[in-house]
Design a protein around this ligand. Structure first.
Ligand code: GLA
Length: 384
């Protein structure tokens, strides 16, 4: 994340003066996928890639925003009807609106931003963007009155209300609460969280980016969420205390089977098992048992591929390849429908695995995957 790059463009693009600089990271998630909107557990960490933005109030009611990477400039007002067309600008607009709904007197500002978190790779580039602006506007216009959880909800509400994705809270939470060297276990129902130092001796975490992003990923995502909610409605008829799939057991699901479509049944089965897997991985980590951690990652992949159906040919190929190379754990990470696999690899196997992944993926699918070593880093902050 390069401050000088952003600063030089900000100065050049606007009136030659400088503003305040903020940054927020993308995230990885060790385990716990599609569990957040089901009131379950997730286990993410912030990474060393994210968004950097320079911002300066301009004394008007207009936001003037420049995307350095896309070389695209737009201006918009701050009322509901002023929503910009460009999708990148809608994130910033949405954050402004959500902050205003929470009583922050947001005014016009000039801003330029850039990022090094790959777009559409399942590493939460959009949450990084939202968190950057939520954190910054809170300081610049709100005297820090909004707490970090509410800032995460600002990002989530931006996705829901301005970008059409009914996401959970994990990505924005990780981007704001990240801490160097630690993963964070979050209970998405109570919002209780705990930091777990993560420095696996003898292993590395590496992302292999399939460089595919499937169309309609956001509508398929929303559809998964709907499946989960309709299963809850059916189970609730027998168990009125149930609020989320988090509150359901496999037995309750089994008992409700006749009222649930086969597809929705499989979706719920995956989620109930996945919530349990997060807890098992936390236990294994505390004992330094990385073999179990890895095994659970493979189980997650199976579930995401066969039951939840959010994997794809390319990701399944990368997962099989990891298994064949003897990699300890591997799975599709994030929402799915493209993006990365997350791999827990023994250090001595690392170069063979990467070599293999590159050549075999290219030979089979005709494109080169990208490789990112995971460095667990700090969350949203002011840089200058
Ligand atoms: C996306 C969403 C998150 C979460 C993951 C899947 O990243 O933004 O809220 O649901 O998918 O775990």
């Amino acid at each position: 994340m390069d401050i000088e790059h952003v600063r030089s463009r900000f100065v050049k693009h606007f009136d030659g003066t400088t503003g305040a600089v903020y940054a927020s990271p993308g995230r990885i998630n060790l385990i716990g996928e599609h569990t957040d909107y089901n009131g379950g557990f997730v286990f993410p960490g912030a990474i060393d890639k994210g968004i950097v933005a320079e911002i300066k109030p301009n004394g008007t009611h207009t936001v003037r925003a420049y995307s350095i990477d896309l070389k695209d400039y737009t201006e918009f007002g701050l009322e509901e009807q002023d929503a910009p067309r460009a999708s990148w600008a809608r994130y910033i607009f949405g954050v402004c609106r959500e902050m205003m709904k929470r009583g922050v007197p947001v005014q016009g500002f000039n801003t330029a931003f850039a990022g090094d978190v790959p777009l559409g790779a399942g590493m939460s580039s959009s949450a990084a963007l939202e968190s950057t602006y939520a954190f910054a506007l809170n300081e610049l216009f709100g005297e820090g009155q909004i707490d970090k959880f509410e800032l995460a909800k600002v990002g989530q509400a931006t996705e829901h209300n301005y970008c059409g994705v009914k996401c959970g809270i994990m990505d924005q939470f990780a981007s704001l609460f990240g801490r160097k060297g630690s993963l964070i276990r979050l209970d998405c129902r109570t919002l209780e969280y705990a930091y777990y130092p993560f420095e696996p001796k003898g292993y590395k975490l590496v992302l292999i980016d399939s460089v595919v992003k499937h169309e309609l990923a956001s509508s398929a995502y929303n559809k998964r969420r709907q499946s989960c909610e309709s299963v809850v409605e059916v189970i609730k008829q027998q168990h009125p205390q149930v609020e989320f799939l988090r509150d359901c057991t496999l037995q309750m699901l089994q008992e409700a089977k006749s009222g649930i479509s086969e597809e929705d049944y499989q979706r719920a089965e995956y989620v109930i098992e996945e919530i349990q897997r997060v807890l098992e991985v936390c236990d294994a980590l505390e004992k330094g048992d990385y073999e179990t951690v890895g095994q659970k990652m493979y189980e997650t992949h199976q579930g995401m591929s066969k039951l939840y159906e959010v994997s794809c040919e390319e990701l399944d190929f990368l997962n099989d390849l990891a298994f064949d190379c003897g990699v300890t754990g591997s799975r599709v990470m994030g929402g799915g429908f493209g993006g990365c696999t997350l791999n827990l690899v023994k250090e001595e196997l690392y170069s063979t695995f990467i070599e293999n992944a590159k050549t075999k993926y290219k030979a089979k699918l005709g494109k080169s995957p990208k490789v990112y070593d995971v460095v667990i880093s700090d969350g949203a902050r002011r840089l200058a």
